[in-house]
Design a protein around this ligand. Structure first.
Ligand SMILES: *Cc1c(COP(=O)(O)O)cnc(C)c1O
Length: 378
């Protein structure tokens, strides 16, 4: 225990408190923010939103990017655009941040939990296929859950801690079963699967720029898609569904005020300029951790096969829950911030009655995975 903590302190070159993940502002952040303030364009109009959307789409290789106020809003809109409606079902993984399930619930749809893979920590294509073959049938080109009689409209895998899940296999299964694939890529900016950016495999992908993510706009998110119609509609319903007019207020449906303010976009444009630097730095930290933990008989979570991970949050896996708890206790007491992986979604009060498979791997990981300090080291 103590030698792990000493090693982390050495690596981060400090005896002070070490957070799990803090942002770095080493570029044009102040300059661009000042430009916004000097120009008075701090809010919903301004050049940085457009510039960010162009930069982002080009970076991930999507045709369109639509900025949103946060990642949860991006997921919410992605599900609406996938035509998910009240009482529909959405398959996702139990091992995720609550935002994935919140977005499903805002619509009144129901999550269904399918297990994850041990090597990716993300949705398991094998479990997905097995769940569908056991419980579902295709009737008139839609996927019906035989148990609940509801339609399964969408599937939302998540790239846990930035490690890509087996997204091409998941896409094939979704296509076969007439289910729309929406990627929760909130944690995986800079992560590629077979040389294609995560978030661009499905019909729509959602990213987050919350303060703890690999780059941040304070708060923010983005939707990516190659579908022009969906992109236009995403912009429309995230900006109150206002019909362009020189002076009149006409809105053609009940919509959302989910747009990203120009101030936040300015911060984000500056952060994007350093993304490659951050990625290289995190990969280096992963190597340092991997070499160290190899000598300590603790399993370090490495990028899965066929992928290039952003290593957003570094993670280790203990042998059992007792060891994990001892480590959490000791590290947090000694000013090194560490956190267990999330409590499984199906164990939360709101989702305890949702349909699920055996979730064997998710339970195994829930008891053993711990995140350790992962900030970019300057
Ligand atoms: C961060 C995150 C989100 C979105 O979070 P916001 O704080 O709303 O930007 C969604 N899903 C996952 C898995 C996340 O980690």
């Amino acid at each position: 225990m103590k030698n792990i903590i000493d090693f982390i302190k050495q690596t981060f070159k400090t005896e002070e408190f070490i957070p799990l993940h803090e942002p770095r502002f080493i570029g044009n952040e102040k300059k661009y923010l000042n430009e916004c303030i000097d120009s008075t364009f701090v809010s919903s109009v301004g050049k940085y939103v457009d510039r960010f959307e162009k930069d982002f789409a080009s970076y991930v290789g999507a045709k369109y990017a639509i900025a949103t106020v946060n990642g949860t809003a991006a997921l919410h809109i992605s599900l609406i655009l996938s035509n998910v409606q009240r009482d529909d079902e959405v398959i996702t993984q139990p091992l995720t941040f609550i935002a994935t399930c919140n977005a499903i619930s805002y619509i009144g749809a129901k999550p269904v939990f399918v297990d994850v893979d041990l090597d990716t920590l993300g949705l398991s294509p094998k479990s997905l296929k097995n769940f569908l073959e056991t419980n579902c049938e295709i009737i008139e080109n839609i996927c019906i859950n035989k148990i609940t009689k509801r339609q399964i409209k969408a599937c939302v895998p998540m790239h846990t801690f930035g490690h890509p899940c087996k997204i091409d296999e998941i896409k094939n299964i979704c296509d076969r079963w007439k289910i729309t694939l929406v990627e929760d890529a909130a944690e995986s900016l800079g992560s590629f699967y077979k040389d294609k950016h995560t978030g661009t495999f499905g019909k729509i992908g959602a990213f987050s720029f919350n303060g703890n993510k690999i780059i941040t706009s304070g708060g923010g998110g983005v939707i990516v898609t190659d579908d022009e119609g969906l992109a236009k509609r995403a912009k429309h319903i995230t900006t109150t569904a206002k019909i362009p007019h020189p002076y009149e207020y006409v809105h053609d449906e009940t919509a959302y005020n989910y747009r990203l303010p120009n101030l936040n976009a300015a911060l984000l444009v500056a952060q994007m300029e350093n993304l490659d630097k951050f990625l290289a730095n995190k990969r280096e930290l992963a190597t340092i951790y991997k070499d160290f933990f190899e000598t300590k008989n603790v399993k370090f979570v490495e990028e899965p096969q066929n992928s290039n991970s952003n290593y957003w949050l570094q993670a280790i896996i203990f042998d059992d829950v007792k060891q994990r708890d001892e480590f959490l206790e000791f590290s947090n007491k000694n000013k090194v911030m560490t956190r267990p992986i999330w409590k499984l979604m199906n164990e939360l009060e709101m989702y305890k009655n949702c349909q699920k498979d055996d979730l064997k791997n998710a339970k195994y990981l829930e008891e053993r995975v711990v995140n350790i300090p992962s900030s970019v080291i300057l």
